[in-house]
Design a protein around this ligand. Structure first.
Ligand code: UGA
Length: 453
């Protein structure tokens, strides 16, 4: 079995390292941030992922996983190194390569000291725009190591498609694996590793060259984000068309296997640490090549507008928002996480504050992170019911299970004016509209014609 090392223990690095260790591989994983490394070593992941703590604890106990802050040690004690550091956005939308360049230099420096019979395999898992691995990282490794790529060491691009909250399951059961090799030998070695890792559960493996592999990652995320922006666009048309409901439309078109039912939930738009960063990077990358990707720009704009439309809905119901009590239910960019990076909630709150609304917010997990941004500019409730007290309007921003359990009476009893804007379509419109003013994304006003529900 190959010995593996990981450089960078964010969500992708740690989850993948732990999954390999859980299947018996000897893994040595390096994290520069010593406090974070210590925390992981003690079996405490620095972020929440279902099953991660359990698998991490087991992997540490069996000794299959070792954590270090010494990149060289990790690289020298392995024969395949995965680079899994972050590539955050820069101001102009392009990605910052500083971490991935540093990691490549570290790999090169370590490889200089390594004289194995079989060439070391370097795998770039970090999300990077096409050309980065071959044109920037490969020369860095070659210079630092004094060795030649495809001869003395191998190089692959192997992007990941993990969703937050689904990272372990996604690593163990991916839809597909992409391998871009600098040559056939590099690709073969990585393919054999995955064949062994997945054994009877082998997903389709797409083999290609490095830049195509890099672009697949962006295409995947851009497609999904565009799909959500598309259904949100249909939702907006529904709102202007009496009697129509985007949920039925999504249910219907999702039956067409060419479309499929996933990522067709209309709402206040997409956020998180990936879609926004990757779309910005893809747009900036294309523009630098002299091509403006209008479709992806439109998906971006549609997403930015979606939050503004929610504010318009509130204004339509309440008139000017100055002095009105608005409760915001849900702050995380999606349920089951405390992550508020690029969350729609923060955009919404910023606009509401500008309009002078008094905001009370509640989220089962993401309140501490939100407090760091808005501090005392808004109020924080410790339950959904407390959040609704005396509100003139409530907006559902994240579709937490906890909110789905609320009934119309929870709103009518606690709010000053029971106006509910369901930004994630979590309630039964028939039931709720009878008891309170229920305005929902993608739901047209009732039609005058009598029709089956
Ligand atoms: C996304 C991709 O789904 C992963 O495949 C990819 O690996 C990851 O980015 C990444 O690049 O690392 P993630 O950011 O965890 O994963 O979140 P998603 O579950 O994809 O949701 C993204 C956003 O779209 C959320 O704000 C969610 O609320 C929104 N969304 C999603 C909708 O509004 N409607 C939908 O039907 C689906």
């Amino acid at each position: 079995m190959h010995k593996l090392s990981f450089i960078g223990l964010g969500s992708v690095g740690l989850c993948t390292a732990v999954c390999f260790a859980s299947k018996g591989y000897k893994v040595i994983a390096s994290e520069m941030d010593r406090a974070k490394a210590n925390q992981i070593r003690r079996g405490n992941p620095p972020f929440y992922e279902p099953r991660l703590k359990e698998l991490l604890t087991k992997a540490m106990k069996t000794g299959n996983l070792r954590i270090t802050s010494n990149n060289e040690e990790a690289i020298l004690q392995s024969d395949i190194t995965f680079i899994t550091v972050g590539t955050p956005s820069k101001r102009d939308g392009s990605i910052s390569l500083s971490y991935v360049m540093h990691a490549s230099k570290e790999v090169g420096k370590a490889l200089k000291k390594k004289d194995g019979r079989t060439p070391h395999v370097v795998v770039v898992k970090s999300t990077v725009t096409p050309g980065t691995t071959q044109d920037i990282l490969m020369p860095i490794i070659e210079t630092a190591s004094g060795k030649k790529c495809c001869k003395d060491f191998m190089l692959c691009a192997n992007p990941e498609f993990l969703r937050e909250g689904n990272a372990i399951k996604g690593t163990l059961n991916p839809d597909y694996v992409v391998i871009g090799g600098c040559d056939q030998g590099s690709a073969d070695t990585l393919r054999d590793l995955y064949r062994e890792f997945y054994s009877d559960n082998l997903p389709p493996i797409i083999e290609t060259n490095i830049p195509t592999a890099e672009l697949i990652k962006y295409a995947n995320n851009a497609f999904l984000a565009t799909k959500v922006s598309f259904i949100n666009t249909i939702a907006n048309i529904c709102e202007k068309t009496p009697g129509t409901d985007v949920k039925k439309i999504a249910e219907a078109i999702g039956k067409d296997h060419r479309i499929n039912p996933y990522f067709l939930d209309a709402g206040l738009g997409w956020g998180g640490s990936c879609f926004p960063k990757d779309l910005k990077a893809l747009i900036s990358f294309s523009k630098r090549l002299g091509y403006t990707p209008e479709l992806i720009q439109a998906a971006w704009k549609a997403n930015a507008d979606q939050v503004k439309f929610a504010v318009q809905k509130a204004r339509k119901e309440l008139g000017p928002l100055k002095g009105k009590n608005v409760s915001v239910l849900g702050l995380a960019f999606k349920p089951d996480t405390d992550d508020i990076r690029e969350a729609r909630s923060t955009e919404l709150i910023k606009i509401l504050l500008k309009e002078g609304a008094a905001i009370t917010a509640y989220d089962p997990m993401a309140t501490p992170n939100t407090r760091r941004i808005f501090k005392r500019k808004i109020h924080y409730a410790s339950s959904a019911i407390e959040c609704l007290k005396n509100a003139d309007c409530a907006i559902i921003v994240t579709e937490w299970e906890e909110f789905k359990k609320l009934g119309p009476e929870d709103f009518t009893r606690n709010m000053r004016k029971p106006i509910l804007i369901d930004g994630r379509r979590i309630y039964d419109s028939g039931k709720f509209s009878k008891k309170l003013r229920y305005v929902a994304v993608g739901l047209g006003e009732p039609a005058t014609l009598i029709s089956p529900s």
